[in-house]
Design a protein around this ligand. Structure first.
Ligand SMILES: [Zn+2]
Length: 453
C-alpha cells in the first residue's frame, strides 16, 4: 500500500478540530498546492461513539465494530468542538450571502480560509403558487438546488469533501456515481487541481458522462452496479484515494465531511423563512446523505435555541426501501427489489443506517412514489410553475402530495420540497413521457384557423 497522505502533518485528535498546517504536495497537473491552517473536525460513530483516525482513509468505510454488531454498515458522523450557538449563527448571518455554504463554516466539518469553492449554496426558495394549491398545500415551497455551479445539491457535498481531501493530502478523489455526484466531484477536483476518478454504470445518461469527462475526470464504466463500489474501495486501499461517495457493497453513505455540508440547506431555510416554524421538509432519498445532513442542520438550530420544533422530515423514495426498513424490527437496510426508474439518482436496492437514524431520531418518516407519478409530476411542475426538475426531485413533489392527503403534512405551516437538480441532465425520460402523453401534429400555414389571426 502506498501512503500519499501527509500523516505527519495531521495533529493530535485529542481536541475536536484537528489542525492541518503547511502541508504541500504535487498535484495531478504538476502544480504544487499548499494548505495552511485548515481545520478538520474528528469523526465519531453515532452508535458506539468511537472516534477513528481520520488520517486513515479506509476509516471512511464506516464503523467496523457496529457493522459487525448490527449487521449493517454505520457511517461516521462529525464530532464538533462544541454545540452550535446563537452567536455563531448571528456572526454567519452578518456575512455576505454570496459566500454560500462557507458563510456557515464555524458549524461545518472543515474550516479553511481558502476552501475549494465554485460559489455553491445560497440557493433560491420559491413559492409553488399554482401547483401547491392543486396538491392541497397552499404553502408549498421549492428549494431550487439546480442553481448550484454544476446544477445540483451535490456541489455542497463536494466543496466540503474536496476541501477535506486536500487538507488530508489526498492526490486523488473518487466516487461511484450515477450522475450528479460524479459531475460535481469532477468539477471540484478540477478546481482543486486534484485527480478525479469516477466509477459509473453504462446506463448513465450521456449528458452526465459528457460533463464528467469535460471536467477532466477519468471514467471507469462498469455493467454491474456493485462493481463500482469495489473499484473505489480498491483505490482507497491500494492507492490512497479519498472516497467522496459510498464505496461499500452494502452502502454506508458518502464521506461525513461531505454529508454535513448539507446542514447549510437547513440554515438557509431557517433564514429564508425568517425563523418561522416550518411544517415539513421533503427530501429525495436513497442513501440519505442529503436527508441526514439537513436533519443535523435543524438539530443545530434547535440546540442554538433558534427553532422550537422539528419540521416533519419526509424521505421521498422509490421502491419503498426506507419505508420497509423503518418498519423492520431487525436492523436492515436491504436488499429490496428494484426496477428501472427515471429517478436513478435515488435508485439502488439498499438504503443506509444514516437515513434511518436521521428519521428515527427526528420523528420523520418515508413516502414511496410510483414510477407513473414521477414524470407526470415533472410535467406539472414544469408547465404550472416553470421549473424543469430532475425526476428524483419530482419524487419529492409527488411525495408531498401523498403526505398531505394521508395527513402526514398539515397545510397550516409552510412545507418545503428540496429540488436537487435540473431535468436537463436526462431529457430522454421526459421525451419518452411527452411522446406518450402529448400530441404535436404537423401544422402548415393556413390549415388551422387559430393560427391565421
Ligand atoms: Zn460504532
Amino acid at each position: 500500500m502506498t501512503d500519499p497522505i501527509g500523516l505527519g502533518a495531521v495533529g493530535t485528535q485529542s481536541s475536536d478540530r484537528v489542525r492541518v498546517e503547511s502541508l504541500s504536495w504535487a498535484t495531478a497537473n504538476g502544480a504544487v498546492n499548499a494548505v495552511a491552517n485548515a481545520g478538520l473536525c474528528v469523526l465519531e460513530c453515532p452508535e458506539c461513539h468511537q472516534r477513528p483516525d481520520i488520517a486513515n482513509l479506509q476509516n471512511y468505510l464506516g464503523c467496523t465494530d457496529c457493522s459487525l454488531r448490527l449487521g449493517i454498515p454505520v457511517n461516521y458522523t462529525i464530532a464538533y468542538p462544541a454545540p452550535a450557538t446563537k452567536a455563531q449563527f448571528e456572526v454567519a448571518r452578518a456575512l455576505p450571502a454570496t459566500r454560500g455554504i462557507w458563510r456557515w463554516s464555524a458549524m461545518l466539518p472543515v474550516e479553511d480560509p481558502n476552501p475549494v469553492s465554485l460559489g455553491e449554496g445560497n440557493t433560491p426558495l420559491v413559492h409553488l403558487q399554482s401547483l401547491g394549491p392543486r396538491l392541497g398545500l397552499d404553502g408549498l415551497y421549492l428549494k431550487n438546488e439546480s442553481t448550484n455551479p454544476t446544477w445540483s445539491h451535490k456541489d455542497r457535498l463536494c466543496a466540503s469533501a474536496v476541501t477535506a481531501a486536500r487538507a488530508l493530502g489526498a492526490q486523488t478523489v473518487a466516487a461511484a456515481s450515477t450522475g450528479n455526484h460524479g459531475v460535481s466531484l469532477a468539477a471540484y477536483a478540477a478546481r482543486a487541481g486534484l485527480r478525479c476518478v469516477i466509477s459509473t454504470i453504462s446506463s448513465v445518461p450521456d449528458t452526465m458522462k459528457i460533463l464528467m469527462e469535460a471536467y477532466g475526470a477519468e471514467l471507469q464504466v462498469v455493467e454491474d452496479w456493485n462493481e463500482r463500489y469495489q473499484l473505489i474501495a480498491d483505490g482507497v486501499r491500494d492507492e490512497g484515494w479519498f472516497a467522496c461517495s459510498n464505496s461499500t457493497a452494502v452502502p454506508v453513505g458518502s464521506t461525513p465531511y461531505g454529508v454535513d455540508a448539507y446542514k447549510t440547506i437547513a440554515y438557509e431555510l431557517w433564514e429564508q423563512f425568517g425563523g418561522a416554524p416550518i411544517g415539513a421538509v421533503v427530501v429525495p432519498a436513497g442513501y440519505g446523505d442529503c436527508l441526514a445532513g439537513i436533519v443535523r442542520g435543524f438539530e443545530d438550530l434547535r440546540t442554538a435555541g433558534l427553532l422550537e420544533a422539528w419540521p416533519k422530515f419526509i424521505a421521498a423514495e422509490v421502491f419503498g426501501r426506507i419505508t420497509q426498513s423503518l418498519k423492520s424490527i431487525e436492523p436492515t437496510t436491504g436488499p429490496y427489489g428494484v426496477s428501472p426508474t427515471a429517478a436513478f439518482s435515488i435508485g439502488g436496492a439498499y438504503t443506509t443506517h444514516q437515513a434511518l437514524y436521521a428519521l428515527r431520531t427526528s420523528g420523520g418518516t418515508a413516502v414511496s412514489v410510483s414510477e407513473d407519478e414521477i414524470l407526470e409530476t415533472q410535467a406539472s411542475l414544469a408547465s404550472l410553475e416553470g421549473f424543469y426538475a430532475e425526476a428524483s426531485s419530482c419524487v419529492a413533489v409527488a411525495a408531498a402530495k401523498i403526505a398531505c392527503r394521508s395527513g402526514l403534512i398539515s397545510s397550516n405551516l409552510p412545507s418545503v420540497v428540496v429540488s436537487t437538480s435540473t431535468g436537463l441532465k436526462d431529457t430522454k425520460a421526459t421525451q419518452k413521457w411527452l411522446q406518450q402523453h402529448r400530441e404535436n401534429p404537423v401544422v402548415r400555414v393556413g390549415e388551422r384557423s387559430d393560427l391565421t389571426v
